[in-house]
Design a binder for this molecule. Sequence first.
Ligand code: SF4
Length: 544
Amino acid sequence: MSNRLATRTSTTERILLGDEALAQGAVDAGLAAAYGYPGTPSTEIMEYLLRLHDRGDGPHASWCANEKTAYEAALGAAMAGGRALVVMKHVGLNVAADPFINSALLDLHAGLVVAVADDPGMHSSQNEQDSRLYAEMARIPCLEPATQQEAYTMTRDAFELSERFRTPVLIRLVTRLAHSRTAVTTRPPVAERPRMRPVDSADWTLLPANARRRWRVVLDRQGAIQDAVAADHTTLTLRSGSRLGVVTTGIARNYFLEVLEELGEKPSHLHIGAYPEPEEKLRRLSQEVETLLVLEEGRPIVEHRLHGIVPSGLEVIGRETGAVPRDGELNPDLVRAAFGLPERPHLTVTGAEPLELPNRPPQLCSGCPHRDSFTALQKALDGAEGAVVTGDIGCYTLGALPPFRAIDSCVCMGASVGMAKGAADAGAHPVVAVIGDSTFFHSGIQPLLDAATANTDMTLLILDNGAVGMTGAQDTVAPSSRLETLALALGVHPDHCVVVDAHPRKLDAMVEVMRREIAYHGTSVVIAVRECIEHARKRKGGAA
Ligand code: SF4
């Protein structure tokens, strides 16, 4: 631990994003190591830790190839006795699901906290899955802050909880909390902890006999975990005579508190900041009221669960019943509507002429190298009837939009390569997969191994801009020079693994190479190289 942190002995007030508050909470909890993969809205957690680490002021922190490798690194750090944090966005937990679920069965003796930022409303994501469901599937505790202050304190608590019950603990943020900034009071860091080796390797080796024994341990501790988190992270306010009970979770509490003053009959209120849900408090609330309104950001998880907890005659309403919309983010107006309150007055612009604002769809930056690669690809495929171009996740997904309309799909990290193989196997021709360098390192390597081994008739176009452009131009985990070596090592024929310059002045050369490799009846790879302009600006010291 750094001297600066170690000597901070009093509380301090700082202005922090929700992401940064979580990161600082981890540091003050005695974090030994943090790992992650960039993904909106979680990226700023690792960026905060990396800034501390780079100036010699914080624990080990590093980006990893993907969320699974990040999770496994964090697990290894915990195995070695250090408190560990792993960071990802919600869909990243799909990638890390294998070690995540299995790690619940291990006998953790050093805290492991899994910070996952969900994106309800899909501001920058392909779905709005709810990570609380993952915590339930793994049977591990989940903490859900409602404020930046709670993001800080709950992260500290999460490490304690993790070590008390020897389990990973998930902290769920959502976009509005992760990306808004307010004053947070931080406390002095914990004293440095001794690091211990695992007490029994049988509790870390999930052979079937060990796993069966450990699974019973996981199940047996559920009641104690539920009692512990209910005591520390849920609050029940009963108001006599009130017929309505409101259950809030996480950030939904803020929206409810905004409307509370305007309600004539104040409802009873249970706030849930941690899971498993506090069944006893839910029963107590249900005995006092006729209707329960559930306000939760994400899926109607608590609303569903209530049906097995409260008396069957009690009315339960929420996202599932349509009292609040089933999809998208909550906001104060939607919560007002759920209570029958009118919309808040909106600012209107008055004047002689109505303001006509142009529609501005997202676009690749002016000067972005992907523009030249897509232009070349369009020319190379000109006249190719039935061409299939599978896309992937990154800035270049915008190639699906005008003026390029250059890709036909985007599903998940790395899917472009495997889907191209499948399309070619099904008889499509020509087939091109388009993927960025970082996404290739994340999840494109294994499907290219499949394709190259079968010498599938497809072309993989790797757009190598040396950066994770979409999340703020972070460095790619490995240097670009490894791409060609990797493709060859995976079995791509050396004559059909070509590096081109993605520069407008080299457009004709790019088109010629793409045409030739697309015409080749086997697996070919074209690596189009030019640095992301935002990454170049950042590297030279400008703001990204
Ligand atoms: S951030 Fe980089 S990769 Fe993304 S659009 Fe801008 S220049 Fe292109």
